[in-house]
Structure formats: C-alpha cells, structure tokens
Design a protein around this ligand. Structure first.
Ligand SMILES: *[C@@H]1O[C@H](CO)[C@@H](O)[C@H](O)[C@H]1NC(C)=O
Ligand SMILES: *[C@@H]1O[C@H](CO)[C@@H](O)[C@H](O)[C@H]1NC(C)=O
Length: 380
C-alpha cells in the first residue's frame, strides 16, 4: 500500500524523535525461563547468561544444578533459544552434562564473533579442585545460530593450567581500535591466583592467549574482610575504544560498591591507574550486568549494600562517569546475578530494546531465572 505523502513524513519524524528521545525504560514483557525444584533432574538454575546472535536470535544459558543450589554440584548447562526477540522460547536443551562429577561446569562467558557468526561458550571445569585436578578452561561453539554445538575444546592447552571462571556474562569483540576484531573474555581466579584476568583471541577464537591481569592483594593468600579482591566481572567497549570492566568487589575494599577498571590497549593490561570505585553503583557483592548500546552505558544489579534484593537498571550518558538520576526497578524482591544484551540490527525495534536475564525469587533469589524485555523509550 502506498502511504499518503503527509502520513509518511509524520512517520519519519516519529522515527527521528525515537532516536533522540529521552531514555525512559519500561518492561514490556517478562517470562520465567527456568524455575528450580520442579523438573526432577534439576534442583536449581543459576548463573544466567544471555546473548544476541548475528542472525538476530537470543540465546539464554544457565547452570542447571542437579542436587542442591550450591556452587560445587554436578550440573547440566541449560539452553533456550528465541528467534522472535524474546516472545517465545524453545524448550530447554542440555548442552553439557557433568554426570555425577561434583566439581563440574561453571559458567561462564558467551562471546559472539560478529565476523564469522560463531557463538562460543567458555566455562570452567574442576574450578575448586574438589576430588579432581587440574582446573580447565573449556570452550563449546555453535556455527548455526545455537542449534548445534561442538564437542568441548580445552583452552588450557594454550592458556596453561589455572583456575579461571570467565564472566559470568559475555565476552566482547572489539569493534573499534585498538585491536579491532579481537575477542576479549574476562573473568576471575581462585584463591591461588585470584583477581581479574582477560583472555584474548585475534583469530576469531581459534587460538587464545593470556591478556590483562588485575591481581588481588595479598595475592595467592586467603583474604580478610576489606582486602582488595576483584572478582566476577563484565567487560564493555566504550565509545573511545577502551574497555571498561565492571567488577565485583569481593571483600568490600574501599566501599560497598562496584570497581571499574579500564583497559586502553584492547585487554592487554588493566592498569591500576585506571581503577575507580563507583560509589553510585552500591552493590551487595554479586555478579552484575553491563551493556554499551548506542552511546549509552547500562548497568543492572541488586541495588543494595548488603542484600541481594531490588534488581535495578541504571544508565549513563557519559560512559559511566556519572549516572542519570532516574532508575528502572526491575524487581523489588530477592534478585541475584544479571546479564544484559541487545540485538544489533538496524531495525527500529532492535534500537529501542534491551534484554535482561536475572535470578529472581519471592523468598530466595535463586528460585527462578527471569527474562525481561525492556523498551528504552517508554513505549513511544
Ligand atoms: C586440559 O589441558 C591441560 C593442559 O594440557 C591438562 O592439564 C588438563 O588435564 C586438560 N583438561 C582436560 C579436561 O582434558
Ligand atoms: C531500590 O534501589 C533504588 C535505587 O538505589 C532505591 O531508590 C530504592 O529505594 C530501592 N528500593 C528498595 C526496596 O530497596
């Protein structure tokens, strides 16, 4: 149908307004992707990850902990897939199965190579060295939009043996210099070698090497309250090509808030001169979500200095130097780990939305994993 000219121009004006409109986010859809305790084989779903794919799908992952909610239990890695921007989801499939191995898979970072379309899930096995040795960093890959997955590849062969859990969250592909095209995945170590570490690939995930490290103090030694102990983390690329890593402040060093450290060289180093404590981002010591989209930096966590409650979305128009006063409260009650993604298409629909996955409950944050679709412009 041919639109009358005057209608068409009204339509185009509306689009332009949408682009520059003030951010005023609302949740337009929410769905519980996983509920613990009801599936027989799974006790608790935790550590949710969410990613876009280059074909415009969404993939959600979580640890499906078989016998308890604890970190050190046998798990499946659960996957659901949406090809309609989060409206409907495939049934759960189990990507990996630890069997009865109690120190099995730990998530993890998902990273998409936008040049090849490959989706890579990087995770750890035997992280705690509990009745097993050594810890290994593993990778599985999908080349068909998340439908089928490779057998696990052992990255420790290239990286060396180390207890390292990526993320949890996503790894990035540098879109700007320096090191355009590089895959950067950051995570944390165990007491032996704790701190934040990044691994890098300059050949679309074929080979990996060790990059930046921000070591804890005292290094390699048990920590006390208030020691410097950077832990789980989420990297994002800022508008100037630097990488900001938003970090869990495990022992509440300096504040009950997030640490943010920047890499100016594509993840090779995390200089201590680039470390700040973001007092606005009050945090109960948890894995948080961050995303850079169209010049706006988004952040999710349970915004409370002591308790994992009150999952909150914040946004910054200044690459995190300051945060807007408005917030979106996503869930007032118990809420834990979270991760954010968005689709990269040129569709207005994709420009307007971000997606948040998070641990959500009524009495306890690990009762379920929820997916929220957020319209950034209040439904305009
Ligand atoms: C992974 O590779 C490392 C280094 O070669 C090795 O020590 C470890 O046993 C391997 N892990 C697995 C699960 O094969
Ligand atoms: C949730 O966090 C926001 C932002 O810090 C705060 O304004 C609000 O009072 C908090 N609500 C609860 C119930 O903790």
């Amino acid at each position: 149908m041919q639109l009358p000219r005057v209608l068409l121009s009204v339509f185009l004006v509306c689009l332009a307004v949408t682009d520059n409109a003030k951010i005023n986010p609302i949740i337009t859809e929410e769905k519980l992707l996983w509920i613990g305790g009801n599936a027989g084989e799974v006790h608790t779903y935790r550590i949710p990850l969410l990613t876009f794919t280059t074909r415009g799908s969404l993939l959600a992952f979580a640890e499906a902990r078989k016998t308890s909610s604890g970190d050190m239990v046998a798990k499946f890695i659960a996957l659901r897939r949406s090809t309609d921007k989060g409206a409907t989801w495939s049934p759960t499939s189990f990507l990996l199965n630890d069997g009865i191995h109690t120190d099995g898979s730990n998530l993890g970072s998902v990273v998409v190579d936008e040049d090849t379309g490959a989706v890579m899930l990087i995770y750890s096995i035997c992280f705690y060295n509990y009745h097993c040795s050594p810890a290994s960093t593993m990778l599985v890959e999908s080349l068909d939009d998340g439908l089928t997955w490779s057998t696990p590849r052992n990255l420790s062969v290239q990286l060396g043996v180390k207890s390292f859990i990526p993320g949890p969250g996503f790894g990035i592909q540098k879109r700007l210099p320096p090191a355009k095209g590089r895959l950067v995945v950051c995570g944390h170590g165990s007491i032996e070698g704790d701190g934040v570490f990044c691994i890098l690939s300059d050949d679309h995930g074929r080979t990996w090497r060790n990059g930046a490290a921000l070591k804890s103090i005292p290094y390699n030694q048990p920590k006390q309250s208030l020691d410097f102990n950077p832990d789980e983390c989420q990297p994002v690329e800022l508008e100037d090509g630097s990488i900001a890593v938003n970090v869990r402040n495990q022992n509440n060093y300096h504040c009950r808030c997030r640490m943010v450290v920047r890499s100016l060289d594509g993840g090779e180093t995390l200089p201590v001169e680039e470390l700040v404590f973001d007092h606005t981002l009050v945090d109960p010591v948890v894995a948080a979500g961050a995303l850079q989209k169209a010049g706006v930096l988004y952040f999710t966590n349970p915004a409370n200095s002591h308790l994992r409650v009150n999952l909150t979305l914040r946004w910054s128009l200044t690459d995190g130097r300051s945060w807007e006063n408005e917030i979106l409260q996503i869930w007032e009650g118990p809420s834990g780990y979270s991760s954010i993604t968005s689709l990269k298409g040129d569709y207005t629909e994709d420009r307007k939305h971000i997606f948040v996955i998070y641990e959500k409950g009524r009495r306890d944050y690990c009762e379920s994993v929820s997916f929220a679709k957020i319209n950034l412009y209040g439904g305009i």
